[in-house]
Write a protein of this length. Structure first.
Length: 286
């Protein structure tokens, strides 16, 4: 196990828990987002020799798995040629594999042509997991995300055209109290223009040592309370019109998970939010 993974803890999205995790890269090619604590490694694409070792080890651990998740903060930055080679090599040792998924940045998608992504899809690429974080350009710029909301749209359209699904992550509270309403509404507006299979919301965690943490220490970032984040979640959801999409927040009030299919279970999730809000209000009164 230790021979095919650099670290003891492996981070994959909840929707990929049944996937076999294959380490092909370390770190992030951007590594400038002020809130991020995950890109601790220097960005490295593993050598062909190490990837070969990892695939052989993975085949022993997951001999009959049908899906492989490529590890790396944004593994989609790897060249199309190398990704196709990895897909082919995986199938040589894991013949049951039908599909692949991985993390990607928007600029990774922009850097590949429609033809390249189509060739990857035809070779088994099923989904990309993309950190949108916010649809508000003020927040994206302040957090040094490296892309604007307008740059995201053609990238998602490209994925729609070639039939590659995408799962997006939103960070609630990323704009602080000052931009909370703007964050919720403009993020919903962006999401309504694309076709995500899944919207995964996470409450902002201020990781010690990150630039945003230091900004908060200096008093320049007004962190929101869990109940304020809950109300931001409600505003976001109220403004969403996406269809055929699983919506989930696994960090509600630091205790709960809310999940439902949109648009069919939207009201159910909103009712759950109202119940949690009411419980909070009653506990304050008591």
């Amino acid at each position: 196990m230790s021979a095919i993974y650099t670290h003891d803890i492996i981070y994959i999205p909840p929707s990929e828990e049944e996937s076999a995790p294959l380490e092909v890269a370390l770190g992030c090619s951007w590594k400038k987002c002020t809130f991020c604590d995950f890109a601790k490694d220097d960005f490295t694409i593993l050598t062909d020799q190490q990837i070969d070792i990892n695939i052989k080890g993975l085949a022993e651990l997951y001999p009959k798995h049908e899906r492989v998740f490529l590890l790396g903060e944004n593994a989609f930055v790897i060249s199309t040629h190398k990704l196709l080679d990895i897909f082919k090599q995986v199938r040589e040792y894991m013949p049951f594999v039908k599909s692949f998924a991985m993390y990607a940045r928007i600029d990774d998608v922009c850097a590949k042509t429609e033809e390249e992504i189509l060739s990857l899809r035809n070779s088994g690429l099923s989904a990309l997991h993309i950190g949108v974080e916010s649809g508000c350009d003020l927040i994206l710029a302040a957090r040094e995300k490296g892309v604007t909301s307008q740059q995201m749209l053609p990238a998602f359209r490209k994925l729609d055209l070639v039939g590659v699904g995408y799962f997006v992550t939103i960070i609630l509270g990323l704009g602080g109290r000052k931009y909370s309403r703007l964050h919720a509404i403009q993020t919903a507006q962006l999401l309504n223009k694309i076709h995500p299979k899944n919207i995964w919301c996470l409450k902002l965690n201020l990781f010690e040592g990150t630039p945003l943490y230091k900004e908060w220490q200096r008093g320049n970032f007004d962190q929101m309370t869990p109940i304020e984040v809950l109300l931001e979640l409600k505003l976001l959801l109220q403004n969403l019109t996406v269809v055929d999409c699983l919506f989930e927040d696994t960090t509600v009030m630091d205790l709960y998970t809310l999940k439902g299919n949109l648009p069919y279970q939207k009201n159910m999730i909103l009712e759950a939010i109202d119940q949690l809000h009411a419980q909070y209000e009653s506990s304050i009164i008591v």
